[in-house]
Design a binder for this molecule. Structure first.
Ligand code: MEV
Length: 432
């Protein structure tokens, strides 16, 4: 039985953390090795072109998460300080309210065909719809591993684009169930197979044949209720302290800003993606696709806005909700070939792509709350500073125990700059 509650994890050495993680999860230390070993160059060179090496990023474990009443230890790959800690802390608060409740839709992707050279769009659209059953059967007649897993073509839709820089054209959407794959390859293959049939039915020319990253048929949603008393906050600066009600109202006001203003919404949603992307990356999924879908969805009303909502429930508790497109897979692509991605999926013990999406959307919500709570109280910088100070100390040349000593001093002085870190390091090294 996995527990995501590991008090004091932060204070352990790297080796102790691995041993503790093995104890807290259903994985052995051996199964965790992919997290600590670099990607083998021969695997890397089969993944992309012109490989000369690999590039590492920190992998941290987000703690305290319970998603749909199941404890889950969540690997996050990210270079930014405070994100793993922020998500873990908010998950602890959410735990007090039962954790995250998450759902996901069927894994339906959209493939698009742009049909050019048509005189009468409506007539062509009718012809396509009249042949729908036959066209779907034709797409499904091709051998595919997805079909054997229960996926395949589900529907065809038509969209008439009356105005564009090149005039009018027809767009056909192929709705395709990709089961546990991210599905880009399957959908693109299906679109290319469909294209000649569409051409012969409509008399037009199928130009682009490619999936849409606005995967609004493949959504994930998380909610959490944070008991208001859990929100009481004592800051690190001076004697700042806030009641739970004040923090709750501050978070709701911060959300209102993002709901009303695209400039703020972009940053608010970036905070959500701080939680989402690291898990997407850890599992070998395509984070550019997820980013593209999230931001396009955030602008679906015609005005870019917040992806999440924050309000209070009838008991005065804080209620958070995040719903976004999340096309992630647990089979195929990098998830299949990258040993650390496989270990990440194993660690979370997810059995379907939907379950993975439910965890990811929960982390996005937790991370959003971490940012809003900091912003609505003592500000973001204080929390960021101590970890940022360590990075600055390393950049200034500190190593070993000097990292911590230099970092503490520049943080205490409030001058978190490389030039100051170098001066302090010099003094420390010379033993003065
Ligand atoms: C920083 O990486 C993310 C934040 O800017 C998010 C936000 O403002 O909500 C803190």
């Amino acid at each position: 039985m996995t527990t995501s509650r590991i008090p004091g994890f932060y204070n352990l050495t790297l080796d102790q953390r691995l041993a503790t993680l093995a104890d807290a999860s259903h994985l052995s230390q051996g199964e965790l090795i992919p997290f600590t070993s670099p990607l083998a160059p021969d695997i890397a060179s089969h993944m992309v072109e012109n490989v000369i090496g690999t590039y590492s990023l920190p992998l941290g474990i987000a703690l305290n998460f319970t998603v749909n009443r199941r404890d889950v230890l969540i690997p996050m790959v990210i270079e930014e300080p405070s994100v793993v800690a922020g998500a873990s802390f908010m998950a602890k608060l959410a735990r007090a309210g039962g954790g995250f409740t998450a759902t996901s839709t069927e894994p339906l992707m959209i493939g698009q065909l742009q049909v050019l050279g048509l005189e009468d769009l409506s007539k062509a659209a009718e012809q396509v719809l009249a042949n729908k059953a036959e066209l779907l059967a034709y797409v499904d007649a091709a051998e595919s591993s997805l079909k054997s897993r229960g996926g395949g073509a589900r529907d065809l839709e038509v969209r008439l684009i009356e105005e564009s820089p090149i005039g009018k054209f027809l767009v056909i959407h192929l709705i395709y169930d990709v089961r546990d794959a991210m599905g880009a390859n399957a959908v693109n293959t299906a679109c290319e197979r469909l294209a000649p049939k569409i051409e012969s039915i409509t008399g037009g020319r199928a130009h682009l044949r490619i999936l849409s990253n606005l995967t609004d048929r493949r959504m994930a949603k998380a909610t959490c209720v944070i008991p208001v008393k859990e929100l009481a906050f004592v800051g690190q600066i001076g004697n700042l302290s806030y009641t739970g009600e004040e923090v709750r109202n501050g978070i709701i006001a911060a959300y209102a800003f993002a709901a009303a203003d695209p400039y703020r919404a972009a940053t608010h949603n970036k905070g959500i993606m701080n939680g989402v992307d690291p898990v997407v990356i850890a599992t070998g999924n395509d984070w550019r696709a997820i980013e593209a879908g999230a931001h396009a969805y955030a602008a679906r009303s015609g005005k870019y806005a917040s992806l999440s909502t924050w309000s209070k429930d009838e008991n005065g508790n804080l209620l958070g909700e995040l719903e976004m497109p999340l096309a992630v897979g647990i089979v195929g692509g990098a998830t299949k070939v990258h040993p650390a991605a496989q270990a990440a999926i194993k660690l979370m013990n997810v059995k379907s792509a939907g379950e993975l999406a439910e965890i990811i959307v929960s982390v996005g919500l937790a991370q959003n709350m971490a940012a809003l709570r900091a912003l609505a109280t003592e500000g973001i910088q204080r929390g960021h500073m101590s970890l940022h100070a360590r990075q600055v100390a390393i950049a200034a040349g500190a190593s070993g125990e000097l990292i911590e000593r230099v970092a503490s001093q520049i943080a205490a002085e409030g001058i978190v700059r490389i030039d100051r870190a170098k001066e302090i390091l010099k003094t420390m090294e010379s033993g003065k």
